[in-house]
Design a protein around this ligand. Structure first.
Ligand code: ZN
Length: 189
């Protein structure tokens, strides 16, 4: 959160130097720019302030809010913009998101390449298997119900070759085509 970033990263001295540069600070004390004081009533602490004359005190954000007579939320926005905290935060978020996306794509890409590689090995085996099955499960008489492996072999015997010779690992058949082959094959085993 911006509020926490300001409170943790910016000292009162830095804030004071930026918004009341005309007022000198000596041993942590200065003239109060809030009531236009001319004595050293304004105490700067590490992350807060207090004026012993007008009795205004608070954190760095409160100081800027009081100085410019704006709300606490507006003060946060102003300080963040002036010190580049918004940009830094956005940059960091964008960097992390981009990194995550790159890693995700890389993982998906590797997974896909692995699948495709497996698929081509599988195609060769399917083609060989189909050759065998066409002979082994051939019906013995015309009325015989076809064995599922025989149907599969008839359908894929040449199709497997076709896929193997018409596609490459860099230009693989669509995922649906690959998945249909796996599914059909699973039905016969
Ligand atoms: Zn004061």
């Amino acid at each position: 959160m911006l509020r926490d970033m300001i409170k943790s990263q910016l000292t009162m001295k830095e804030i004071f130097g930026r918004y009341a540069p005309e007022r000198k600070v000596a041993r942590g004390r200065s003239n109060c720019p809030l009531h236009m004081g001319d004595n050293l009533n304004f105490q700067l602490y590490e992350k807060s302030f207090y004026c012993f004359k007008c009795h205004t005190g608070g954190d760095q954000i409160k100081f800027v809010a009081e100085l410019f007579r704006i709300s606490y939320a507006e003060s946060i926005k102003r300080i963040a913009a002036d010190f580049g905290l918004v940009a830094e935060k956005q940059t960091l978020t964008q960097y992390r998101q981009a990194k995550q996306l790159r890693e995700k794509l890389k993982r998906e890409n590797e997974k896909e390449r692995e699948e495709v590689r497996d698929f081509f090995v599988y195609l060769v085996n399917i083609a060989k298997l189909c050759e065998k099955w066409v002979l082994k499960y051939k019906p013995n008489y015309p009325e015989q119900v076809w064995h599922p492996r025989y149907s599969f072999a008839l359908e894929y015997q040449h199709y497997a070759d076709y896929l193997y010779f018409n596609y490459t690992k860099d230009n693989p058949p669509a995922k649906e085509i690959r998945e249909k082959l796996y599914k059909d094959f699973e039905k016969c085993i």
